[in-house]
Design a protein around this ligand. Structure first.
Ligand SMILES: Nc1nc2c(ncn2[C@@H]2O[C@H](COP(=O)(O)OP(=O)(O)OP(=O)(O)O)[C@@H](O)[C@H]2O)c(=O)[nH]1
Ligand SMILES: [Mg+2]
Length: 383
């Protein structure tokens, strides 16, 4: 018996080879689909391998070429194919399986590409690095980033950045503004020396008077510096609003009584060295004479994180207060706004970004602050 193996691109071609070489009496021993080795073989088209045999002594002469006897050749092939229906069916099943495998492999490769393409880890690190660069405290960066990664599994690139921005926005909260609150408001500005309390108070007074049409009165308890009263008197005169100077804490009650009819009473205090605990706590004697005050702790963006933490600690005795951040124009990063907001849990209110009264103030713009903290997104106008 003569046995021979044939390889062709499909069964039809293989059978023609068998018939041409071994004749029409050839027996098919087995057929199978084969692939070349390696990735090319996996992804490329499979070939058909046929093992055929012919009894020695039988007419081995190949038939004439199919082109010469096309009808007979076709009939032959059909017969042989019918004989081997079972094998062919197996081919088809195998073929389907291979196609499925190919599709699966392609899918897996695509997925690998998806993960690698934006180099997600790198882009996550870049956003975090940017936040750290913008002075956001590392534990806050890690915590926010992890929160986003946990909430939105597998998030990367711009999507991650957007969600992180949203998370920062949530943590910064909705800022408080005096003009949006009903009833009489008595606001006291406190904070370290030279941070911009008097200037900010003048800006708020101007906004309320000129833009919001509110009736406003000013009280200053800052008689530490001779110029302090004059500074506020000037703004009060320009705005056409009353100003009362108090020299002792207890006088505040009477002064407030005087302005019963006003929508807003703004009270300025002397800047205090936050390391002088006694001096700082003196503010309590003023506050305890005020019914339901809105206290604003004024902090400058030019103060270091370490000092801001120390200031916050020295004002711990205040049961509640809002945060005002000044001098954003003098700071290249706004990370400390997020740090202090998250550390204290107190409401944000205004930010100021220049010396000009009344222009350089706004109710904290969370979008702008967030963009500046994250970096790489549109930053808006202030500073
Ligand atoms: N660049 C910049 N300067 C500001 C801003 N706000 C206030 N200043 C300036 O900071 C300086 C101090 O401002 P004040 O309003 O007197 O500060 P203060 O906290 O009242 O100071 P004390 O009453 O002495 O504690 C002034 O020169 C202001 O013009 C701001 O947002 N940006
Ligand atoms: Mg002042």
């Amino acid at each position: 018996m003569k046995v021979k193996k044939y390889v062709a691109k499909d069964i039809k071609e293989a059978m023609i080879q068998v018939r041409n070489e071994l004749g029409k009496d050839a027996i098919i021993i087995h057929t199978r689909k084969i692939r070349k080795k390696g990735l090319k073989g996996i992804l490329g088209k499979a070939e058909i391998e046929i093992l055929a045999a012919i009894e020695e002594g039988t007419d081995e002469k190949p038939e004439k070429k199919p082109e010469e006897k096309p009808k007979e050749a076709v009939i032959d092939i059909n017969r042989m194919q019918r004989d081997k229906m079972k094998s062919q069916h197996e081919f088809e099943v195998l073929n389907d399986e291979i196609n499925d495998l190919k599709a699966m492999l392609k899918n897996v490769l695509n997925k690998v590409d998806d993960v690698n393409e934006p180099m997600s880890e790198e882009s996550l690190d870049a956003v975090c690095k940017n936040m750290i660069e913008n002075d956001v405290a590392k534990p806050i960066v890690y915590s926010l980033s992890n929160r986003v990664k946990t909430k939105y599994e597998g998030i990367t690139g711009d999507g991650y950045k957007k969600k992180l921005k949203e998370e920062i926005g949530i943590n910064l909260g909705v800022p408080y503004s005096i003009e949006n609150t009903a009833g009489q408001k008595i606001c006291v500005l406190v904070g370290p020396t030279g941070v911009g309390k008097t200037t900010t108070l003048s800006k708020i007074a101007a906004r309320l008077t000129l833009v919001e049409n509110k009736s406003v009165a000013l009280i200053t308890a800052d008689t530490f510096r001779i110029a302090a009263v004059d500074q506020l008197k000037t703004y009060a005169e320009i705005l056409g609003i009353p100003l009362t100077v108090i020299y002792e804490n207890y006088e505040i009650e009477k002064a407030i009584q005087k302005y019963r009819d006003k929508d807003v009473i703004l009270i300025d205090t002397a800047g205090r060295n936050h390391k002088d605990v006694e001096l700082i706590q003196d503010i309590n004697f003023l506050i305890e004479n005020i019914d339901d005050p809105d206290i604003f702790l004024v902090l400058s963006m030019t103060t270091s994180y370490k000092n801001l933490v120390s200031i916050i600690n020295s004002y711990k005795f205040l049961s509640d207060y809002k945060l005002i951040f000044t001098k954003l124009d003098e700071s290249s990063s706004l990370g400390n706004i997020l740090n202090i907001k998250m550390m204290t849990g107190k409401e944000l209110s205004y930010t100021t970004f220049g010396q000009s009264v009344p222009d350089d103030i706004e109710v904290a713009d969370i979008g702008k602050i967030t963009n500046k903290i994250i970096g790489g997104l549109d930053e808006g106008s202030s500073n």
